[in-house]
Every structure is written in structure tokens, then in C-alpha cells.
Design a protein around this ligand. Structure first.
Ligand code: PFF
Length: 500
């Protein structure tokens, strides 16, 4: 039977961009950029993405398209050695763990779509929003929403790669872009628009340090879904007439564009009301909703924003669930027969779902579901981000740069001579020499930040979480950050709402 493939060029772009543009781009990137030099950070981010992340993505595409299998099989087929399958298997496992905690947060956005349709959050203070959110997280509904979100994923994937993932992404990614653009335009009505835009876009080279570069690399790496089996699996579905180099450049450009638009949609409101700039769940579930309510068409803006989060989350999670589904349906046999795609999805629903429920429950205050002082949720995020993903990236570069035959790699990169060999040669050179060293450095940085909590007394754990966040996929630990209000501005907001 012929293997699954994406059917169209646009569908391929939409699905891969869908994997890349996720919660990280919307709630973390604009904040990190603003805090670390604005346009200066953006420039560094783009350069780092081109020099490191794009070659890693290309390596993963090459392994997938050459290997024509799930990530485990593609690593074996591309290397010709069974041992390399272990790398693929570890990446798939990491992907399922990431998917598990991602479903929890995606579930929160479903709750907030419903809540914003219901009352729109107008006139609520930050404290009220905090109580609402904390009550919600401590209740049973997050578990329910997590499972609903995962079930939606499974149903869509049951339709297949082209009819499920590609068809949905072709609708959701343009919709996501339009919503972001609309929100950014509506935000121009806020008095703090100029300040908000300046925070994100005014270059401040003084804020740039060595740590900024590491942060840009971490953000870019995870934003492009590298080292977690997603891109290798999607690479195996890219048709031969499509240029891998163009796909990776366009997807990288799209993630930057979406993140900048997200910043332009978010920060004007934040600056208008003198709210301290923050990121993560704090930003989107506590700070923003009442601020959005002050915009023209406030309730619709809130609803659209949470729909946007949902689209960003579900198109990202497709790629990881697909990596698991492809692996089970291509590798596992029951009574000598391959497991069908639908059964693979049922298995994943129960296994990933069980881990998701644990992650959701570990967020409840006072929960004993902890590992080394972190909640299971934060631990899985931090561990996969700092350990598995960088190692997966290094492995892909070593395999493509050093072990696969050079002409085989070039045939993939140029699609058998259809596209420029010069550009491909440049990226090949980067994957061979530059990427493994730089990512190794990032890996060591991550390992150093995880070792400290073990040695430190309990009360010293909190500050150590900060550097770890910089290479975490989701930045959920930022939920612990303080958000400070300018009370005078807040009174104004409430006054305006009361007058409505
Ligand atoms: N690129 C995604 C993001 O920035 O949110 C990372 C990701 C996370 C991809 C979880 C897929 C996923 F299931």
C-alpha cells in the first residue's frame, strides 16, 4: 500500500507551519523578544534560526523523506543501522510526553472560549481573574477539557494525513493568521499602541547578552518543533517535487511573522493599562481577557483570541500525535497483523490521555504529583526541552552531515537536482560543522540548569526555575511570576467598563 503523503504544496506548508506555530509563539516569544532587546532580539532570532534551526529542520526532513517511515523506521532506513532506531524511538516517546502536557494547556483554551462567550470578562480585575483561573485549574474541568482536546485530535487524525491533518491545517492556519492580523489592527485603538509596538520592535542592543543568544536558540529550536519526532514524520509525507529548503525557510518566516503579530495584538493593551509585561498562562488567562474586553467589540475579541490559541495548539499537537500514530501503525503487530491507524489512535488516546490527566492533576495546588521538586507537568516540559530535544537535533545533524552518503543527502536537499545545489551545500555545511557544536553548548546549558535544584535546599528551587524556563517549550512555570498592576490605571478601566 502506498504511504501517506501531503497532497498539495500549500497543504504541506500549512501542516508544517501548523506544527511550528504554537502556544510558544503566541505567549512566550513576544515576551522574550520584548524583554531582550525588541528588534535586536528579532534580528538575532532570525540569524540563529537560519544558521542552526533551519539546518536541523532540513536534516530531519531529509531523514524522514529518505527513510519513508515513521521516525523510528526513518532513522534506521536512512542510516542503514538498527541502532539508530533508538534515537527515533526516544524522540517519539519525548513527543508523546510533550503532547500530554500540551493537551492540558490546550484544554484550558477550550474552557476560556466557552467562558468568554458566556460573560466576556469585562470589568474583572486581575485578582478576580486569578481566582477564576485558580478555581478552574483546581477543579475537575481541566481533566475533561484535556481529554476532549485529545479526542478531537484523534478523530481528525483518523481521517488520515491528507484528509485529516492537511485539510484542517489548510483552513486553520490562514484563519489563525487572519485572527492575529485583526487583533493586531484592533489593538491600534489602544492608547498604549505606540509603547506596545516599541517594546517589541524598537532595537535595544544594550539588552543583548550571551544569554540572549542562548535564549533565541532555545526559543527557535522549540518553536520549530525540532528534536521531537514531528518534523521527521512530516518530512516523510513531503512530495519529491517540493523543495525542502523552501519549506523550511517559509515555515521559519511564518513563525516569526505570527509571533510579531501576536506581540502587536497583546502588548498595546498591556501598556495601555500599565500592567507588568509577562508571559505564559498568567498573560493569556489572567491579564489579557479583561483588557481585551475594553477594545471595540471586546467580547468578540476575547472569543477570537481563545479560538486563535486553540487553532495554534491543535495544529501543533497534530504533528506529535501523528508521529505516535505512524509509529504504532507501522511497527506494531497484534496476532501477526499490523495495528490499524484507528486502533493506533485509540491506544494513544488512552496512554497519552492517562499521562495528560496526571499532568493536569499535578497542577492542582498542594498536589503531591511531583518529580524532584517540580510538578509532573513542569518536570516533563523542562526535561524534554532541556535533554531530549537538543540531543535529537544533534543526532539528526550527525546522521545527515557525517553518516549518510553525501550524494543521497544532496538528492534529497535538491529533490534530485530540481533545486539549487549551492544553497543546499551551505545548509549541509552548517548541519555538519556548526549545528552539533552549538546545540551541544545549548544542551550543556540546559543540563547545568537542571542539576542545581537537586543540590539546593528547597527554598532555593524557585529562582533556579528561571533559566530553565528559557528553554522550556511552554513557559508554564512563568505562571508563578508576579504581575503588578498600576491601581490608578485599573480603576480607570473599571470605570470605563461601568460606564458601558
Ligand atoms: N512549535 C510548538 C510551539 O511553539 O508551541 C512546539 C510544540 C509543542 C509542537 C507541542 C507540537 C506539540 F504538540
Amino acid at each position: 500500500m502506498a504511504r501517506n503523503q501531503f497532497a498539495s504544496k500549500f497543504g504541506t506548508m500549512a501542516a508544517i507551519a501548523g506544527s511550528a506555530v504554537g502556544l510558544g509563539n503566541i505567549w512566550k516569544f513576544p515576551y522574550v523578544a520584548g524583554q531582550n532587546g525588541g528588534a535586536a532580539f528579532l534580528i538575532i532570532y532570525i540569524v540563529i534560526s537560519l544558521l542552526i534551526s533551519v539546518p536541523v529542520m532540513l536534516s530531519e526532513f531529509v531523514i524522514g523523506r529518505r527513510g519513508q517511515g515513521n521516525t523510528y523506521r526513518s532513522f534506521i532506513n536512512s542510516s542503514g543501522k538498527k541502532a539508530w532506531g533508538t534515537v527515533g524511538a526516544i524522540e517519539i516517546f519525548a513527543g508523546m510526553v510533550i503532547l500530554a502536557f500540551y493537551c492540558v494547556v490546550a484544554g484550558w483554551s477550550l474552557e476560556y472560549i466557552i467562558q468568554s462567550i458566556g460573560h466576556g470578562f469585562g470589568g474583572m480585575t486581575y485578582e478576580q481573574m486569578s481566582v477564576t483561573f485558580d478555581d478552574f485549574v483546581n477543579g475537575n474541568r481541566p481533566v475533561l477539557w484535556t481529554l476532549i482536546f485529545l479526542a478531537m485530535n484523534c478523530v481528525i487524525l483518523a481521517f488520515g494525513v491528507s484528509k485529516g491533518i492537511e485539510r484542517c491545517s489548510k483552513f486553520m492556519i490562514p484563519a489563525l493568521f487572519c485572527i492575529l492580523l485583526l487583533l493586531a489592527i484592533v489593538s491600534c485603538w489602544q492608547d498604549g499602541w505606540k509603547e506596545g509596538a516599541a517594546f517589541l520592535l524598537k532595537p535595544n542592543w544594550k539588552a543583548v547578552t550571551g544569554q540572549t543568544i542562548i535564549m533565541a536558540l532555545g526559543q527557535s529550536f522549540f518553536s520549530l518543533s525540532l528534536g521531537m519526532s514531528a518534523m521527521t514524520t512530516y518530512g516523510s509525507y513531503i512530495q519529491k517535487d517540493q523543495s525542502l529548503v523552501s519549506v523550511s525557510m517559509i515555515v521559519t518566516g511564518a513563525t516569526v511573522l505570527m509571533a510579531v503579530l501576536a506581540g502587536l495584538a497583546i502588548f498595546p493593551s498591556v501598556f495601555t493599562y500599565g500592567v507588568e509585561v509577562t508571559s505564559g498562562p498568567n498573560l493569556v488567562f489572567k491579564t489579557l481577557p479583561p483588557l481585551f474586553a475594553t477594545l471595540p467589540g471586546g467580547r468578540i475579541v476575547s472569543v477570537l483570541f481563545f479560538i486563535l490559541l486553540f487553532f495554534a495548539a491543535i495544529t501543533s499537537s497534530f504533528s506529535l500525535l501523528e508521529a505516535g500514530a505512524a509509529y504504532i501503525s507501522e511497527e506494531w503487530k497484534v496476532a501477526g497483523k499490523p495495528v490499524t491507524r484507528v486502533w493506533a489512535l485509540v491506544i494513544l488516546f488512552f496512554t497519552v490521555g492517562a499521562l495528560s490527566v496526571i499532568c493536569a492533576m499535578s497542577q492542582v495546588s498542594g498536589s503531591t504529583l511531583t518529580i524532584l521538586g517540580w510538578s509532573v507537568f513542569d518536570f516533563t516540559d523542562m526535561f524534554t526541552s532541556n535533554f531530549i530535544l537538543p540531543l535529537g537535533g544533534i543526532a539528526a545533524c550527525v546522521l545527515v552531515g557525517w553518516l549518510m552518503e553525501r550524494n543521497v543527502v544532496f538528492n534529497e536537499l535538491t529533490s534530485d537536482g530540481q533545486f539549487s545545489a549551492k544553497v543546499s551545500g551551505f545548509f549541509f555545511w552548517l548541519a555538519r560543522y556548526v549545528c552539533p557544536i552549538i546545540i551541544l553548548f545549548m544542551f550543556i546549558n540546559g543540563v547545568r540548569s537542571i542539576e542545581r535544584p537537586k543540590a539546593a535546599p528547597a527554598e532555593e528551587i524557585a529562582p533556579v526555575v528561571a533559566p530553565v524556563q528559557s528553554t522550556s517549550v511552554l513557559d508554564v512555570a512563568a505562571d508563578e511570576m508576579e504581575v503588578v498592576f498600576d491601581p490608578n490605571r485599573m480603576i480607570e478601566v473599571q470605570g470605563e467598563n461601568a460606564a458601558e
